[in-house]
Design a protein around this ligand. Structure first.
Ligand SMILES: [Mg+2]
Length: 252
């Protein structure tokens, strides 16, 4: 029985929406050498490359971006130009129900939060990423919204409201300021059903994430794993906790 490791990115390997710490990057690369390691993130594939660096991403056994709505694996051979090539093993299609975007725009318009930077919903593979502060927000504006959300629980309220209107969709709180929207069941836990179901019978699968309590975007994957005797989930609060975690069993 061997070990398989899955990692969230924002808040687990990196500060939210930021690049990995240079020192930790080399520690993580070194640690992953010879191990079977996968990334399971809400972010897009390109954003993950930007955050972790192409060299780190290339070293992974596979990448599940967009909440596991897509799966990419590097080919063994590089192309004639000397670049690595990737296979898209699967990519889900998200069909946005009529009026969903109108509902999202109305939530933005009605929110009491004063700063709205535009670009409030982004289509990703198999999902939509939504935020009241908007994707144009800089770090300070994002931090301010995060603080405000912690005080008012705005995102929890939005999730409750949207669940009532769109029962066929899942809404989870991801990252520091946003909500991830997907078809029901197409949260991070889908990587088990899509890819690791059989592997879980014969391997130990470990998942590290910072948003494990409901309705965090790591919740369902952590639950799917902990319901199985071969699965385990580890909650961190920030990437520095992961640095420590890697020094302990079953990671060390
Ligand atoms: Mg996270």
């Amino acid at each position: 029985m061997s070990d398989i490791y899955l990692f969230d990115v924002d808040g687990t390997l990196t500060p939210p929406k930021s690049r990995i710490d240079a020192k930790f990057k080399s520690v993580f690369k070194q640690w992953s050498t010879g191990r079977e390691v996968y990334i399971v993130s809400g972010g897009s594939f390109l954003r993950l490359i930007d955050q972790l660096g192409l060299d780190t991403v290339e070293q992974m056994s596979g990448i599940f971006p967009c909440m596991g709505n897509a799966f990419y694996q590097k080919r063994d051979q590089i192309n004639e130009g000397g670049y690595s090539e990737w296979d898209a093993i699967y990519e889900n299609k998200f069909i946005s129900p009529k009026n969903l975007k109108r509902s999202l725009n109305s939530i933005v318009a009605k929110s009491d939060y004063p700063t709205k930077t535009g670009n409030h919903h982004e289509d990703r593979i198999g999902m939509i990423n939504f935020s009241v502060v908007g994707r144009n927000a800089d770090k300070t504006e994002r931090a301010r919204y995060e603080q405000w959300d912690a005080e008012t629980n705005e995102r929890k309220g939005i999730v409750q409201k949207l669940k009532g209107i769109y029962p066929g969709l899942d809404f989870v709180i991801g990252g520091a300021v946003s909500i991830d929207i997907s078809n029901k069941g197409n949260d991070k836990s889908q990587v088990i059903g899509n890819y690791f179901k059989e592997a879980l019978e014969h391997n130990q699968i470990h998942f590290v994430g910072d948003r494990i309590p409901f309705p965090g975007n790591d919740h369902y994957l952590a639950r799917a794993l902990t319901l199985h005797s071969n699965g385990a989930a580890y909650e961190v609060e920030r990437w520095q906790d992961t640095v420590e975690l890697l020094k302990s069993q079953p990671f060390a």
